[in-house]
Design a protein around this ligand. Structure first.
Ligand code: F0G
Length: 472
């Protein structure tokens, strides 16, 4: 199916356009910087946008994680924080919201997504077991590896091709998965690790048909299926727009159906839930829940707060209900689409179809003259910051890290720079400014010389690595 054939909800219901289903009550001034200030800031940050101070940034598209604007109701919810060490009222609100919206039985709160990833990895992976998944995510894979697991990418091949217009590039390739199961034996598979709107593939969704088939395959071999639900609301919206039989169905119903095919989920609440901090794990199996509830008190906090304040849990419970409103999610994904369409129409190489949370620039095509060892995506993020003060993020060879066994760089096919859109924060005019800056950088791309890495941390190196410009 070609991308232009996807119908948005607005088109389905006969409406011509979407607009944000909110108005602005409070503003936070932005500061523009001079080219000299940016040059100095970039050198001090070792050409790594993670090391910039946010005061040096104009439009911040580093991430959609914890950067959302909360609603007036969520802010009001903060005042209802019950800061009891045990049994906070807000915990029970959160538990109910997750049970109602996602449909899982037992909930373990955590301080954010990686806290949940740590607990589930420690609880269910035995040393040497395989963990097949639909492309890796940085923190997810690292926790799986630290627990002794071996991650295997079983995403469909199309996911590695930035121009392929398959509407569900997040799908698992069932043949690849089944071959792995047969080769290693089902007892050697810890679980299948499925993520909604696959972040590293460019925010690409998984279809309902794929998760249903996965469920059947996992049942055949007695293997558990766990979901990274971090951006599952966005995934549900794509199903509504693109999958037969789901047109016009509420996103809330699609989300719940999707989750019903899985055995449990972990969540970074900092994305879909419209809050600045928080996460959770949810599971249907009581003995495993007992184990997780036991682990949470060691690593996160008591099982009724897991590292969050009572007020954070209240804001999250409210955010969960706001996140599944059709109007909200249409405007959220619609804004990302707006920026992506603009860039694509100007002939700028972006991953297509446009993803749910971000527009991903194809750095290989910006810099065909730079080898991957010169860090093209990192270079692009640096150039964009220099041009306009816009902050983006590397999602290429730096993020992929080194193979823990060989110590060599992993060379991902996708070499991308991510323009990640926070929820309910920026306007369409900001998107225009971003697009114009990307265009300017694209026009000057042949002058770029790439970067050399001069400091490399052992884990998740993209966060703190430092670079200097490569010699011409
Ligand atoms: N899973 C996915 C798909 C994520 O994108 C993230 C975080 C996590 C898990 C971990 O959650 O940050 O709350 O500990 N992604 C952020 C990003 C950091 O910018 O994409 P966390």
């Amino acid at each position: 199916m070609a991308e232009h054939q996807f119908k948005t909800m607005g088109e389905q219901s006969g409406r011509r356009s979407w607009a944000e289903p909110w108005k602005i009550k409070m503003v936070e001034p932005l500061r523009m910087t001079t080219p000299e200030e940016r040059q100095k800031a970039l050198v001090e940050a070792g050409y790594n946008t993670f090391l910039l101070r946010s005061a040096e940034v104009y439009i911040d598209l580093l991430t959609d994680s914890g950067t959302s604007a909360m609603s007036d109701r969520q802010w009001a919810g903060l005042m209802l924080g019950d800061e009891a060490y045990a049994g906070s009222v807000n915990y029970y609100h959160l538990e109910t919201a997750i049970q109602e919206v996602y449909g899982y039985k037992y909930i373990v709160p955590t301080h954010q997504g990686r806290g949940a990833e740590h607990l589930i990895s420690q609880a269910v992976i035995q040393k040497g077991q395989y963990v097949p998944g639909n492309m890796y995510f940085t923190t997810t894979r690292l926790h799986q590896e630290l627990a002794g697991g071996i991650f295997v990418d079983v995403i469909v091949d199309e996911a590695h091709d930035p121009e392929n217009l398959n509407p569900f590039k997040g799908n698992i390739d069932l043949d690849k998965l089944e071959s792995l199961i047969k080769e290693k034996g089902p007892e050697q598979i810890a679980y299948v690790s499925l993520a909604g709107t696959v972040n590293m593939a460019g925010g690409q969704p998984v279809s309902m048909a794929n998760v249903k088939a996965l469920r059947a395959l996992c049942d055949r071999y007695g293997i558990k299926l766990y979901l990274d639900a971090t951006r599952m609301v966005e995934n549900a919206y794509f199903i509504q727009c693109r999958e037969e039989g789901y047109e016009g169905k509420p996103v809330a119903a699609i989300l719940k159906e999707f989750c019903s095919y899985t055995d449990g989920a972990w969540m970074s609440g900092k994305k879909d839930h419209l809050v600045n901090i928080g996460g959770w794990l949810a599971i249907n199996d009581y003995p495993l829940f007992e184990e997780l509830r036991n682990l949470v008190v060691i690593y996160e906090g008591l099982h009724t707060y897991g590292g969050m304040a009572g007020r954070d849990m209240e804001a999250m419970a409210i955010g969960i209900y706001e996140s599944i409103q059709d109007d909200h999610i249409r405007a959220r994904v619609g804004q990302v689409q707006y920026l992506g369409d603009l860039l694509r129409d100007w002939g700028i190489p972006v991953v297509q179809p446009i993803g749910g949370h971000a527009v991903f620039l194809d750095a290989r095509k910006f810099y065909p003259h730079l080898s991957q060892d010169l860090f093209p995506s990192q270079t692009l993020a640096a150039e964009l910051y220099l041009d306009s003060g816009i902050r983006s993020m590397e999602r290429g060879i730096v993020s992929a890290g080194r193979d823990p066994h060989t110590g060599q760089h992993r060379y991902p096919k996708l070499e991308l720079t991510r323009l990640t859109i926070p929820r309910r924060v920026y306007t369409e005019a900001h998107m225009d400014v971003v697009a114009e800056s990307v265009k300017a950088v694209y026009q000057n791309a042949s002058k770029a010389t790439g970067l050399n890495m001069v400091y490399e941390p052992k884990y998740l190196r993209f966060f703190q690595a430092r670079f200097v410009p490569a010699a011409r």
